[in-house]
Write a new protein. Sequence first.
Length: 348
Amino acid sequence: MTAFRMPAEWSEHEGCLMAWPTRVDLWDSVLDQVKGEYAQVARAIAEFEPVTMVAPPGHGDDARTWCGDGVHVVELPLDDSWFRDSAPLFVLDKDGRRAGVDFRFNAWGGKHHPYDADDRISRLLLDRLGVERIVSGMILEGGAITVDGEGTLITTEQCLLHPNRNPDMSRAEIEAELKNRLGVTKVIWLPYGGLLDTETDGHVDGVCAFAAPGKVVVSLPDDPAHPDHARMRANRAVLEVTTDAQGRPLEITDVPQTAYADVAGGKVEVSYLNYYVANGGVVVPVAGLPEDEDALTVIASAYPGRKVVGVRAAAVAYGGGGVHCITQQIPAASAACTAVSATSRPTA
């Protein structure tokens, strides 16, 4: 059996996949606002790498109007618009050949219906891209994990051990499937995601991200009144005494800033940690507040040599996510493997 591994997000990308927001019962009065934010995110990423926006049949022209000519739009059946979680997780073998792991998707424990089209979207995308499909029977969203590409994966107990995902699998069995499908050798379990992250049950991409081998960025709210003030310190305490798969201690960059935005008559937290690492850049969700600049400066310190761009994402946060949640990178295959089929290009 060919050994594949999931590369780190900062590895070279062939492109980025996104899905156009259309679920009216989720977005309601902010649908136009969130379309504008998705389009801004797509255009920001397109400055660094090709972006393909997948829209449900009949919604392609709407996506093209909002996104402009710099974003490629295709139509495929969709239920929702969170490709970090429903799109395939791409892996590479030692020769740079690309495959996609198709984990099961159940809309974060059945929180939204229907979700059968989103459970099928990985297969449709892989068929369209001409990429080998690796099937897993385990339910897993991409936002629940972060990897360093060198054997280490970080996740949260709050999410992956939630009984609404894989109630018949033990922690050891879940860990074994992660190692088998994503090519990791060590899983670091943080106790907590965000307390208020009831939509995803505490995805790791709101609280921690690998920035380089042996280096992580973590949310560490400095306000004692923040609901995650103590919880994120508990996460940090785990990371302080943990080594990665290569035996390295972890260098930790703290993001103490937090931001809340007014959306649809209420306040939502915009997670600075929920950013996307593109070719040469980092696209970060911001709230339009003074705290944004300090947070961008901290994140830039963790990604030297990359241009850090803030994009307003308050309405995305209202829906339960951020920039990372609505994107999925396609890692670059080797030139020899890519040449085998022109359909392997993300804009095909």
